[in-house]
Design a protein around this ligand. Structure first.
Ligand code: GLV
Length: 327
């Protein structure tokens, strides 16, 4: 029996790639940048599986070109880049890599939070650029206290909950907004569920952790940003389109809020002329929240495990469209 054919859209971390290469007839897109859509469309023509990244748009056009495709194994927890409904309709399994990146991503939300609250990036540039001419000044680079403040977690799933748990160490008041109640979290750390409006108006730090779906697109818009305290910060390491960037720019330049820290953008890479990048009270990163050696290796390994399970006739451990099994 020939090995199943897999197209891998980027050079994945070695631990996962090794398993994929050993178990399948694998072809890997060799470049650092993503393959253009035409390439994906061409490559999927005779493959049984696709290993994708969140920057690959996997939609009906791709599925139409892939008569043999049976599984899309994505190396990410989010899968808004994949038209799952279309996949399910065609009997194609979709898998992701949840759980393993939860703590790493929560760590990075906190990295962003601390950086923007205490102006770490500005301070670093200040010293690096030779601007530090006075040894100590009572009002040099004043930030805001994190300890004892109120954190509002928007979306208390795996990652949001992990962010909330860390807030206990800073003796914070913890509130959350979610479409479902999280009684375990309330019991464990005393988090209180509130509506989004209350969360925005009472939080010193708003940390966003919802998936990108129709109802969360521009969830944080001008109207919502206006509810926030002038001294408050917003942190987003979920998906860029959850926050309306134009409204955020207005909020930051007109003083509705104190600052923002973003690991994700409406368009990625964000254009170099994104006006948000001109602001000192905006801390940015290039979508790296899960980017630790350990986690990215494990994510790649999970991609391989999902593929192997599928082709051994088992249910892939991280199947996101279970309905596909009923077809
Ligand atoms: C990263 O953004 C992921 O969804 O894993």
């Amino acid at each position: 029996m020939p090995k199943p054919k897999v197209y891998v859209t980027r050079k994945l971390p070695e631990r996962g790639l090794k398993i994929i290469k050993e178990s399948f007839d694998a072809e890997v897109w060799p470049e650092y940048s993503p393959p253009p859509k035409e390439v994906i469309i061409k490559k999927v023509r005779d493959v049984d599986a696709l290993a994708s990244l969140l920057s690959d748009k996997i939609d009906a056009e791709v599925f139409d070109a892939a008569p043999r495709l049976k599984i899309v194994a994505q190396m990410a927890v989010g899968f808004d880049n994949i038209d799952v409904k279309e996949a399910t309709r065609r009997g194609i399994c979709v898998t992701n890599t949840p759980g393993v990146l939860t703590e790493t991503t929560a760590d990075f939300a906190w990295t962003l939070l601390m950086a923007v609250a205490r102006r770490v990036v500005e301070a670093d540039k200040y010293v690096h650029n030779g601007k530090w001419k006075v040894g100590w000044h009572p009002s040099m680079l004043l930030g805001r206290d994190v300890y004892g403040a109120t954190i509002g977690v928007v979306g208390a799933g795996r990652i949001g909950s992990a962010v909330a748990r860390r807030a206990r160490g800073f003796n914070m008041r913890i509130i959350y907004y979610d479409v479902v109640a999280r009684p375990e979290l309330e019991k464990e750390i005393g988090a209180k569920r509130v509506d989004l409006e209350t969360l925005l108006s009472e939080s010193d730090f708003v940390s966003v952790h919802v998936p990108l779906i129709k109802s969360t697109y521009h969830l944080i818009n001008a109207e919502k940003l206006k509810l926030m305290k002038k001294t408050a910060y917003i942190i987003n390491n979920s998906r860029g389109p959850v926050v309306d960037e134009k409204a955020l720019y207005k909020a930051l330049t007109e003083g509705w809020i104190a600052g923002a820290a973003l690991d994700v953008f409406e368009q990625e890479p964000t254009p170099a002329d994104n006006p948000l990048l001109t602001l000192d009270n905006v801390v940015v990163a290039p979508h790296i929240s899960s980017s630790s050696h350990e986690t990215r290796s494990r994510m790649a390994e999970m991609v391989a495990e999902n593929l192997v399970a599928f082709f051994e006739g088992r249910i892939p451990p991280n199947l996101v469209n279970r309905e596909v099994l009923k077809l």
